[in-house]
Design a binder for this molecule. Structure first.
Ligand code: NAP
Length: 244
């Protein structure tokens, strides 16, 4: 039977690359989006026209009800959920003195509570199956902290803590929970950086370049493959050696 993956925030960037890779490997894929209806459906149509099994599902991951509906729709359409990739996220840069409570709450709601909502919604399904795999996309800033990114760093550090705790909780049910901590990856998330800022950043990366969304997607695939079934509760850095 075909396996099923939900990739949150897969209308673009790392999520889209991940959705494409799973589809090309014969999986049923749920492309989740919140605002980017056009990009999500364009991607879905192009994959379906190539014979792949893909649907889109709108859900704001910060909204428990919408997440629960996404999980129900996935089960209705495909019958199982084998892998959940918690990729949806937003960045926020600013001095702490310029970060309002509302900004902080919004980042925590999407980047951390969104992961909690999705994990909570799929857990009964995976426990019932006695198998499953959850991969959370954190950030190297969750490992070491970024200046002027207090809310984002806190949320991404929270994702690492959530991953470790949930890995221990779900291991007896045959479910693995791991985390990927990307470094500087070439996606729209970094489009606010100037060429000079990007060059300065890249100069500090030992491998001397940005990473690609495809490289993160390949790591997600690995962590969800049989080769990784004894790996749980881990944080895999994909950062060109920036954080070692
Ligand atoms: P991106 O190109 O900006 O894509 C972000 C994705 O998240 C979009 O598909 C967006 O969908 C979705 N999203 C945002 N808020 C959402 C919400 N409330 N509910 C559902 N989906 C939502 O960014 P990216 O670089 O691919 O980032 C993907 C993940 O990698 C994020 O968690 C990010 O923090 C992490 N990361 C990225 C980098 C990097 O350098 N790019 C580094 C470290 C970690 P809509 O447009 O449809 O809302």
């Amino acid at each position: 039977m075909k396996k099923t993956v939900i990739v949150t925030g897969s209308s673009k960037g790392i999520g889209a690359a991940t959705a494409i890779l799973f589809a090309q490997n014969g999986w049923n894929v749920v492309i989740n989006y919140n605002e980017s209806y056009e990009s999500a459906n364009l991607l879905c149509r192009s994959l379906v026209s190539n014979g792949y099994s893909v649907i889109t599902q709108k859900a704001n991951v910060a909204n428990k009800l919408e997440v629960d509906i996404m999980v129900k729709e996935t089960l209705y359409k495909f019958g199982s959920i084998d892998v959940l990739v918690n990729n949806a996220g937003v960045a926020y840069q600013g001095l702490i003195t310029d970060t309002d409570e509302i900004d902080f709450d919004s980042i925590i709601d999407i980047d951390l509570k969104g992961v909690f909502n999705c994990c909570k919604a799929v857990t009964p399904v995976m426990v019932n199956q006695k198998s499953g795999c959850i991969i959370n996309i954190s950030s190297m800033w969750g490992q070491v902290g970024a200046s002027c990114e207090v809310a984002y760093s806190a949320a991404k550090a929270g994702v690492i803590g959530l991953t470790k705790a949930l890995a221990k909780e779900l291991a007896p049910s045959g479910i693995t929970v791991n985390c990927i901590a990307p470094g500087l990856i070439e996606t729209g998330m970094n489009s606010n950086l100037t060429i000079e800022e990007l060059n300065d950043f890249v100069e500090g990366i030992p491998l001397g370049r940005m990473g690609s969304a495809d490289e993160v997607a390949a790591a997600v695939r690995f962590l969800s493959s049989p080769a990784a079934e004894y790996i749980t509760g881990q944080v895999l850095g994909i950062n060109g050696g920036f954080v070692v």
